[in-house]
Design a binder for this molecule. Structure first.
Ligand code: SF4
Length: 697
């Protein structure tokens, strides 16, 4: 109860990328409750159930409180930090000396703070000098990143959440807002209830918002590009193109018009499995709207044509002039809380300040800033699956996994886990015991939300601050402290002079000068007082920037956005006689990722205690399956046994399994069944759907 709280500390919810403002209540130095910040513009005091129960998890069973080292008997036992750092740095040095820095890899997360990504980037690229730096945002946002870069010249969603109050059409696709971004879902609900906009939902599964949709397009998995090409066909055929906008601000229209001329609604209907008349309606509504907002998440990104689908959505907005205006624009909803920071601070495939490894001038700017040689920086990113393949080939011998659980989340998990077992040295840094920490040679206990300070950027580019409310559990240390200490022990003390995260933030923000994500006007105090700021914020007088591209000038060399002509290519694996179902994966509202936190919140776990598969009533009848029956799911890669839930939410021939459950929570991961199929532009795995068989046990 609030009366027991001695102190309230300003923070931000660090589950999803909605970025809700909150306060952490503490008593005697312990977290006791969480409440929404009524003044925060994102959530106006509201929080969803995961966030409301966050105080339960900070000291929950399974927290890692000591570094652990695997001994000669193969057991993990507690050691002090000195010993842990000696082991880590000693093994790192030995591998680099014998095999070079390319034998080292770091696989991180979308859960760190912005300052931690920057410091890690400097450690990995500037001190260790490995080319192998990537993270789990490769599994969730890579297609949106690549799509934005190709269409607009740089990453970064152009919209604001406030657009939901000004839009007159929402195209919601591959996004289950009610489950994955509940507070944002509430804002859309409010707009719909006041009759302010129409809603089109395009999704293979009848998600909650389907019930409120004016038009529902239950498309077959992986057919978005066919649908979007047909919608462009309708827009062009019916004269709904904004020719003045196209001529002034874009290139590439003629190639797109030539390609989509063949994509009639009738042709797309056969591919997508939805009526041609509904595709006609969708295209017409999009073209006739004054301000359309498109919203998407993993349903678009996690497919082999993820980038193509993002580019086709951008095409639709560009050809109808619906970008950079209130209520209009293609809005990729980030999944993880700080996936944006991973992208803008250089946590993976880019360099800090949205700089590209492929551009010599960008590499030179960072080399100069860090006092390293241009040649120290790789010319291309190494995607996550290439790291796993490098380990398998014996080229990578040292893997440092930070804040993520690939033994449950990687595609083809049994293969991925076997690779983890075989790497010469596996260091895992996390806040809780996970399926991945169990495989480690060295475990580093990290401080979690509430126990450390820093910033992170939500889906609408709003940088939020998190103040430290309590001391870390046991001997856990913040990821930031760990990176700084490793850098110093490796002999690069001058590169890591930071006493606080704000020191690192100051160094990073100076590097954002003139970049799309200019943060120079931000201080922690401003973020607290103004409840976050949307970048760019070039100086301290700037109030932030709700919308990008308002002048029609994009971040390409010539300032013009690019429309891309991209044809439909079928998914690389589809149902057949042996594996006749489409198995879809996704989120439930109660859980986050592999349940390392939500699985330890009793109030949340009791609402969603076990894994399951949704089966359509027609298929259930044919196979003699009733709700509660245990069934076996099989794919070409693995199998799992779960109880069935018979529901018309899934279409005939389709199944749905949550992505969250793993062995620690009573189930084989659904990613045992998903395959190593990737978008060839973003290298994001197609985790959303796979061909599967179903049988009653
Ligand atoms: Fe946290 Fe996301 Fe829920 Fe907001 S919607 S309270 S950020 S989990």
């Amino acid at each position: 109860p609030a009366e027991r709280v001695e102190r309230w500390t300003t923070s931000t919810c660090q589950f999803c990328a909605t970025g809700c403002g909150l306060q952490i209540g503490t008593t005697a130095g312990e977290p006791v409750m969480v409440r929404g910040n009524p003044d925060h513009p994102v959530n106006q005091g509201l929080l969803c159930q995961k966030s409301l129960h966050q105080a339960e998890v900070v000291r929950a069973e399974g927290r890692l409180g000591d570094p652990q080292l695997r001994d000669a008997d193969g057991e993990l036992s507690a050691v002090g930090w000195d010993r842990a750092f000696d082991e880590l740095v000693g093994r790192l040095r030995a591998v680099i000396d014998e095999h070079g820095p390319q034998a080292v890899a770091i696989y991180n997360t979308g859960q760190l703070l912005q300052e931690e990504f920057y410091t890690l980037s400097k450690l990995a690229r500037g001190a260790i000098k490995t080319p192998n730096l990537d993270g789990n945002p490769r599994l969730c946002m890579a297609s949106a990143v690549t799509g934005y870069q190709r269409s607009f010249g740089s990453d970064g969603p152009p919209n604001a959440y406030a657009d939901l109050a000004e839009t007159d059409l929402v195209y919601l696709t591959g996004a289950n807002l009610h489950e994955a971004h509940p507070i944002l879902g509430g804002r859309l609900m409010a707009r719909l209830q006041e009759g302010g906009c129409k809603l089109i939902v395009a999704d293979p599964r009848a998600v909650q918002f389907t019930r409120l949709a004016d038009l529902y397009l239950p498309i077959r998995p992986g057919t978005d590009v066919a649908l979007l090409n047909a919608m462009q066909h309708v827009v062009i055929r019916d004269g709904l193109v904004d020719r003045a906008y196209l001529d002034a601000h874009t290139t590439g229209y003629d190639e797109v018009a030539a390609l989509v001329a063949d994509w009639t609604p009738q042709r797309a209907a056969e591919v997508c499995g939805v009526p041609a008349a509904d595709i006609e309606t969708a295209g017409r509504w999009f073209g006739e709207a004054n301000a359309t907002t498109s919203l998407w998440t993993m349903g678009i990104n996690q497919q082999t044509q993820g980038v193509a689908a993002v580019n086709q959505m951008c095409n639709l907005h560009l050809m109808t002039g619906q970008v950079g205006r209130p209520g209009a624009g293609p809005f990729s909803l980030t999944g993880q809380p700080s996936s944006m920071d991973f992208r803008q601070a250089g946590g993976g495939g880019s360099l800090p300040g949205y700089r590209s490894l492929a551009k010599p001038e960008h590499r030179q700017q960072i080399a100069d800033a860090w006092g390293i040689e241009l040649e120290d920086l790789p010319e291309a990113p190494v995607a996550a699956h290439r790291i796993w393949e490098g380990i398998e080939a014996g080229d990578i011998r040292f893997l440092w996994v930070i804040g993520t659980n690939p033994a449950v989340t990687f595609p083809d998990t049994r293969w991925a886990t076997e690779v983890l077992r075989n790497v010469e040295t596996l260091v895992v840094q996390d806040v809780f015991e996970t399926e991945t920490t169990e495989l480690a040679d060295l475990v580093l206990p990290a401080a979690m939300w509430g126990e450390k300070a820093g910033t992170f950027t939500n889906s609408e580019r709003r940088v939020n601050v998190l103040r430290q409310a309590v001391q870390p559990y046991g001997r856990a240390r913040s990821d930031f402290d760990i990176f700084v200490e490793v850098g110093r022990r490796l002999g690069f003390a001058e590169m890591f002079p930071f006493a606080t995260t704000e020191d690192a933030f100051d160094e990073f923000k100076a590097l954002t000068e003139g970049r799309p994500c200019d943060l120079r006007g931000i201080t922690y105090d401003r973020l607290e007082a103004e409840h976050g700021l949307q970048w760019p914020v070039p100086d301290t007088a700037s109030p932030g920037t709700p919308r990008l591209y308002t002048e029609g000038r994009f971040n390409t060399e010539d300032g013009r956005a690019v429309l891309h002509a991209m044809d439909y290519v079928p998914p690389l694996e589809a149902p057949d006689a042996s594996y006749p179902f489409w198995l879809n994966t996704g989120r439930v509202q109660e859980h986050w990722h592999t349940m390392t936190k939500t699985g330890r919140m009793p109030s949340v776990l009791k609402r969603s205690p076990e894994n399951y598969v949704e089966v359509n009533p027609d298929d259930a009848r044919r196979l003699g399956i009733r709700s509660g029956d245990r069934v076996r799911l099989r794919s070409r890669r693995g199998q799992m046994e779960v109880p069935a839930r018979v529901t018309a939410k899934v279409a005939p021939g389709s199944l749905f399994v949550p992505m969250h459950f793993g062995p620690k929570f009573g189930s084989r991961p659904v990613n045992d069944l998903t395959g190593r199929f990737f978008d060839e532009l973003s290298f994001q795995p197609a985790l959303k759907h796979t061909a599967a068989a179903l049988e009653l046990l």
